[in-house]
Write a protein that binds this ligand. Structure first.
Ligand SMILES: NC(=O)c1ccc[n+]([C@@H]2O[C@H](COP(=O)([O-])OP(=O)(O)OC[C@H]3O[C@@H](n4cnc5c(N)ncnc54)[C@H](O)[C@@H]3O)[C@@H](O)[C@H]2O)c1
Length: 250
């Protein structure tokens, strides 16, 4: 269980939901975990939860679109173990609020959606890259979405760009020994989804699954642990769909 000992993982949007669950799972396996969130108090509370369990964690406030701040955050994260071994680009504006038609969202919201979901990935990857170069087994994992593969929403289009960037960065960072992959979660009952998604929407989405039942945070955590591990050493540029078959496609 200590295979992450001596290694550092930076997780954006680490204050709650997937990000918090990724942090807890990696810390349990020995990683030093750095949780970055626009809500700094939430990031610090999540880090404190990990420390109470005996793990090593730091919570830092910062907006993933802020180039200067992300450079500071990555430099700070790299101090504990002399670099960064895993970057999880998880922070994102959610489909709940941003899944509406573009005609309703308006330009300002669409601009912010792409700024956070797409430029945020570029910003954090560029900031982390100097600290990841040459680290054995280093990788980046981007969190896309089933919405990317289904089409028909600005939110999905922002996540489609994330899947595209996964291939582009895999090509560009491959020579430095860094693998880059993505996960496209389907409907997963994180706290935000449990609290905010109307029951009728949940039923409509789940009716599209090939297997019934709720998608859980653990399903995404297991996918992340695989992609970040040596078991996936020959896997790069891929987007793994974990959707109960909801967004299957070739
Ligand atoms: N839950 C699902 O069913 C689902 C499905 C597909 C994809 N996703 C994606 O997974 C990721 C996490 O989802 P979640 O359900 O845990 O969401 P969440 O809303 O619970 O958590 C997202 C976190 O990101 C932080 N954040 C938002 N904007 C930020 C910014 N500019 N800079 C730094 N931090 C910022 C928020 O404060 C929050 O803590 C998102 O990218 C989301 O689009 C979720």
């Amino acid at each position: 269980m200590r295979e992450w000992q001596g290694r550092t993982a930076v997780i954006t949007g680490g204050g709650r939901g997937f990000g918090k669950a990724f942090g807890a799972a990696l810390a349990l396996r020995g990683a030093h975990v750095v949780l970055v969130d626009i809500d700094g108090a939430q990031a610090e509370a999540a880090a404190q939860d990990i420390r109470v369990q005996g793990g090593s964690a730091l919570g830092i406030g910062g907006d993933v679109t802020n180039e200067v701040r992300m450079a500071e955050v990555m430099a700070q994260a790299a101090q504990a173990n002399g670099g960064i071994d895993l970057l999880v680009n998880n922070a994102g504006l959610h489909s709940n609020e941003y899944g509406q038609p573009i005609l309703k969202l308006g330009l300002a919201k669409v601009r912010r959606l792409f700024e956070v979901n797409v430029i945020g990935v570029v910003c954090c990857t560029l900031a982390a890259h100097p600290h990841m170069r040459g680290r054995a087994g280093a990788s980046v994992i981007n969190i896309a979405s089933s919405a990317a593969h289904l089409g028909g929403s600005a939110y999905g289009d922002s996540k489609l760009a994330v899947a595209g960037l996964t291939i582009t960065f895999a090509r560009e960072l491959g020579p430095d020994g860094i693998r880059v992959n993505a996960i496209s979660p389907g409907l997963i009952l994180t706290e935000t989804i449990r609290n905010e998604l109307p029951e009728v929407t949940k039923q409509r989405v789940q009716a599209m699954q090939m297997i019934s039942g709720d998608g859980l945070e653990d399903d995404i955590v297991e996918a992340l642990l695989y992609l970040a591990s040596g078991k996936a050493r020959f896997v790069t540029g891929e987007t793994l769909r974990v959707t109960g078959g909801m967004a299957a496609g070739v």
